[in-house]
Design a protein around this ligand. Structure first.
Ligand SMILES: Cc1cc2nc3c(=O)[nH]c(=O)nc-3n(C[C@H](O)[C@H](O)[C@H](O)COP(=O)(O)OP(=O)(O)OC[C@H]3O[C@@H](n4cnc5c(N)ncnc54)[C@H](O)[C@@H]3O)c2cc1C
Length: 357
C-alpha cells in the first residue's frame, strides 16, 4: 500500500525530504504556514561546504551532502548549483594551516594559493592576502528558489503542496502520531515529518517531545544587482561575501550572518562598506536592503535527524547548515521512512541524544 507522508515545512529541508519521498513512491503532502520556500532558507547565505570547525563525523556528513548536491543538480529540472569554489583566509595563519592540514588529510580538496593565483581565481580583489586557501568543490545556491524547484519537482512526482496552511498540533493515538491538526481540520497520515525549522519545537511539544533547539539571528547585507564583480565565495576575517545569480553582493560577518544586536541598519552599512573596500567595482554599487534570519539549531550545534524513540509515525529533521545538508538529509530521511534503513552517517545525529534533552 502507498505510504502517506505529511511533511511540515517547505524550507530547503522539508522540500528535499518531500522530493526524495515522492521519488521513492510515497503519497506526500507538504504543509507550509507561510509562502513556499521556508523562512531560514530565504534568509540564508547558502554556502555549500564542509569547512572548518567540525568533527570528523560531521565533516563526513557534509562532504556526502556536497556529493548529493551534484546528483540533485542533475536530477531536478531547473536546479543550478553554482560550483564557484571558495577562497578562505578568515582564520589566523597558524589556525588556517592546521585546519587545511587536517581537512586535506580527511580528503577535502583544499590547497594553499599564493597572491598571483588568487588574482587569477578572483580578479576583482582589491586586497590580496599572503596566506589563503582555495576549495574548488564548494558552491552556493539561491536558497528559496532551490527549495521551490524541489517542491515543483515533488509536485511533478505527485506530491501535494499546501501553503498558507498552519499546523496547530500533531495528532496522536496510543503513542503513535497519526496526523496533524490544521486550521482547516485534521489530516491523517502514516508518517509525519517535522521539518518546520524554528517552528519545530512547538509542534514536538504538542506530543510531549522535548528537543533543545535554539534560533540565533543572522544578518546579511544585500547590494543592488551589479554586473559580475566576484566569481566565487570569499571567507575573509569579519566578512563573508558572494554574488548571487541576480548580481547582488550578499555579505555577513561569517557564513551564518551576524547578530544585529538591535543595530541592523548600522551593521548592514558596515558590512557593505567592507565589501566596497575589498571588491573592485563595488564602490559604485549601493546597499539595497538587509535581511535577518533565524537559524534553526539544535542546542549542541549538530543536526537532529530521525525518529524519536518510543513514538511511532514521527520523524524529525532540524538542523543548522541546512543548505549544505539538504540533499543528504532528504535522501537518508526518505530511505529510513520508506525502508526502515538508517544511514550510518546519521548515527551521531539522533534527536534523542543526551545533549538535546
Ligand atoms: C543568515 C543565515 C545564513 C546562513 N548561511 C548558511 C550557509 O552559508 N550554508 C548553510 O548550509 N546553511 C546556512 N544557514 C542555515 C540554513 O539556511 C538553514 O539551516 C536552513 O535554511 C533550514 O531550513 P529548514 O527547511 O529547516 O527551515 P526553514 O527554511 O525555516 O523552513 C521551515 C518552514 O516550516 C514552516 N513552519 C514552521 N512551523 C509551521 C507550522 N506549525 N505549520 C506549518 N508550517 C510551519 C515555516 O513557515 C518555514 O517555511 C544560514 C542561515 C541563516 C539565517
Amino acid at each position: 500500500m502507498t505510504k502517506r507522508v505529511i511533511v511540515i515545512g517547505s524550507g530547503i529541508i522539508g522540500a528535499s525530504i518531500a522530493w526524495h519521498l515522492a521519488r521513492a513512491g510515497a503519497a506526500v503532502t507538504v504543509i507550509e504556514a507561510g509562502d513556499a520556500g521556508g523562512l531560514a532558507t530565504r534568509n540564508s547565505w547558502a554556502w555549500i561546504n564542509a569547512s572548518w570547525g567540525n568533527p570528523l563525523s560531521y565533516f563526513r556528513l557534509r562532504v556526502r551532502s556536497m556529493e548529493e548536491w551534484r546528483r540533485l543538480d542533475r536530477e531536478v529540472p531547473g536546479l543550478a548549483v553554482n560550483w564557484c569554489g571558495g577562497l578562505i583566509w578568515d582564520l589566523p595563519p597558524v589556525e588556517l594551516d592546521a585546519f587545511a592540514r587536517e581537512h586535506a588529510g580527511w580528503g577535502y580538496g583544499i590547497r594553499r594559493v599564493g597572491p598571483d593565483e588568487m588574482r587569477r581565481i578572483e580578479p576583482g580583489l582589491k586586497i590580496v592576502p599572503d596566506h589563503a586557501y582555495h576549495v574548488a568543490a564548494e558552491g552556493a545556491v539561491e536558497p528559496a528558489e532551490t527549495a521551490r524547484l524541489l517542491l515543483s519537482g515533488a509536485r511533478a512526482l505527485g506530491a501535494e503542496v499546501l501553503d498558507h496552511s498552519h499546523v496547530r498540533w500533531l495528532v496522536e493515538e496510543a503513542n503513535r502520531v497519526v496526523g496533524i491538526m490544521t486550521d482547516e481540520g485534521i489530516i491523517h497520515a502514516d508518517e509525519v515529518v517535522v521539518a518546520a525549522g524554528g517552528g519545530s519545537q512547538q509542534l514536538l511539544d504538542s506530543v510531549g517531545i522535548a528537543i533543545r533547539l535554539t534560533a540565533p539571528p543572522g544578518l546579511l547585507s544585500h547590494s543592488k544587482p551589479a554586473p559580475e564583480l566576484l566569481r566565487g565565495l570569499l571567507m575573509t576575517p569579519g566578512l563573508h561575501v558572494r554574488q548571487t545569480r541576480e548580481g547582488r553582493l550578499v555579505a555577513g560577518t561569517d557564513f551564518a550572518g551576524a547578530d544585529p544586536m538591535g543595530k541592523a541598519d548600522e551593521l548592514a552599512h558596515q558590512l557593505h562598506g567592507k565589501v566596497q573596500a575589498l571588491v573592485a567595482g563595488a564602490e559604485q554599487i549601493a546597499l539595497d536592503f538587509h535581511t535577518v534570519g533565524y537559524r534553526p539549531t539544535p542546542a549542541d550545534g549538530f543536526p537532529a535527524i530521525g525518529r524519536p524513540r518510543n513514538r511511532e509515525g514521527l520523524y524529525v529533521a532540524v538542523t543548522h547548515s541546512g543548505v549544505t545538508l539538504a540533499p543528504a538529509i532528504g535522501l537518508f530521511a526518505s530511505t529510513e521512512l520508506m525502508d526502515g534503513r538508517r544511514d550510518p552517517l546519521l548515527d551521531p545525529f539522533h534527536p534523542d541524544r543526551p545533549a538535546l534533552q
